[in-house]
Each structure stands twice: as C-alpha cells, then as structure tokens.
Design a protein around this ligand. Sequence first.
Ligand code: ASP
Length: 356
Amino acid sequence: MKNYRIVNIRTTIKSDPAISILIIYTGGTFGMVYDEDGSLTPFNFSKVLDKIPEVMSLELKLTVISFPEPIDSSNIDFSHWQEIASIISENYRNFDGFVILHGTDTMAYTASALSYMLDGLNKPVILTGAQIPIGHIRSDARENLITALEMASAQHLHKPIIREVCIYFNYVLLRGNRAQKVKSSTFAAFESQNYPVLAESGISIEYNISNLYKAQKPKKLNIREQFDSNVTVLRLFPGITPEVVKCTLEIAGLKGVVLETYGSGNTMSHKWFTQILQRAIKSGIIVYNVSQCSGGEVIQGRYETSKKLKKIGVVSGGDITTEAAVTKLMFLLGNENDLNLIKDKLSKPIAGEMDL
Ligand code: ASP
C-alpha cells in the first residue's frame, strides 16, 4: 500500500465495538484552513479530529486512512479513484463500512466512478464533505460526518442496510451516481432529481428501503479500475457553429462524447449538424445523448428534432446525469474493447445510474 497516513481512533467506549468503519480522507473544504492570502487549502486529518471530539464517543471501531497530500477535489482525476478503490479493496474484509471525506465540487463524479468500479459491492460506501470547514462554528462538517458514520454502520439482522455508493449531505442520503452538486451557497449542496432520496436524517434516520440498491447474489468484490479519458462533453446552445461541433468531434484520439442536448434529448435539425455527428459515429466515436435538464429523461424520437439521432446511432442516456454519463463512458472505454458492447452497456443501467 502507498504511503498513506493511518490513524486508529481511540474511542472512549469501554467495550470493544462490534462494528468497524474505515474513513478515507481525501481533502476538500471539510478539513481546510485559510492560508495567509485568505484562500482555503486542505490540511491534515489529525488536526481535523481535534475539532470533532464527538467522534470519540461513537460506539465504533474507527480507522482513518488519509491521502498523504489532501487535495481540493477540483484536482481529482481517475488516478485518485483508483487509489480510493484499491484502499477499499485492500481493507474490504476488515471493515463493515466505508466513509469517504471528499470535496463537494467533484463528489458526484467520484461517487459515480466508484459505483462502476466496485463490482459486487455488498457494504456501504458513503461520501460526504462540507460547505464550511470544520474549524468554523457554523460548519456543516460535524453533522455530515457523524450521520454518515451512523449510516455506514447501520445494520439489520447483522447485515448492512446500505450496499451501494452513496452521498450523504445535509440530512439526505442519495444514490451517488444519481446525485449532482446543485448549490455552492447553501448547505443543501446535492440533489438527485431522477431518483428518490435513500434516507433522511431527522430525529431518527428513516431509510427508504424499497429504493436502496438490492444486493446481487453474493459476489466477491471485484475492482475494475481502468479508465480512458479520451472523451469530452459538448453542450449545445442556440447558435453553436459548425466549426465548434466539427472541431470537437475531430479531436485527435477522441473516443466518446457526452452530447448535452435540450429537454428530452432534442438538438437542432440542421443538415450540417447531423452530417458531422454521422461522420463521427461512422469513424467509431460514441455519441451519448444526455439532457441539459437535471430532471426528466432523453427520449429519442419524441420530437422530430431527435428522430434522426436514433437513426444515425446516437446512444440515449435516458435519465442519467452528465457526471454519471462521462464517468461511465470513461469507465467502459477503459474496460471493454467491443464498441457494440460498450454502446449496449451505455444504454442500460450497470450500477443503478439510470432507469430503462
Ligand atoms: N473546492 C472544494 C472541493 O471540492 C469545495 C468543497 O469541498 O466544498 O474540494
């Protein structure tokens, strides 16, 4: 294992706690401090712990593995997803649940990527963070961490209640690959427009059992960790020029594009547009249709303006988010060779990220 900092937290509990949770600290506002010029920078976890003495009285066996250099999540790339997945895999048998402390900016991307990578996951993996650093009186970090730990340790008949990758933030638990960061100025940073909340924390924690990911037949955890980032996102807007579309689809080495379309998957019906797309698809580039609306779904063919897309081989992303779509494209391109198989998997859920 890499040079991670490992901290075993000594809780004040007398008995030996039955449930063990591994916290993976990657950075983010949660543990940031202001530097001399007034900007927020990540700092190390041992100092973070001093600010949350409540953690010491939880009836849990807690271990923290910290990235050697905690990062602002704007700097996340797939090498960090690989690190997180391998920490989970190496420690999978020894812990009942995992809590990942992560910046909010790219949390939905990391949650989506992990949901694809952790094939056969049968334990909770909960990402959380904060909008105000833990050192501040009005910080949301404390509540977010404590409840994420409670949810990660929740069991029914000695079996975990949650068996998927989730985001816990501001009293709601969301499916990770359905969540999007929607606000940077309030505590309610995340929403999941196309999938119900998995749990709500109030005086008690209410689980929405019927919407939790159903355990597959017991499988071994199998990490699939390759990514291919030869992808891009092309967001349409009225007046987009043929040059912009052409240049984007002719990027050297490009293998896939998430096309952010209007409403239920509509695009302009100009001939030049269809021709550029068709040429790209014929050359082996995957075009994945995702709506710019966060609620609702792509239905190719509902309008005249999207009928052609289906005909030329654009793949519909249904109600998937852009975060889940771009990571899915990178993941499938990294792990599969057969173009038709990739397209088929893009059109169906592989980890609860879309409905059919
Ligand atoms: N820039 C920070 C990050 O994503 C924002 C946050 O954590 O809320 O790391």
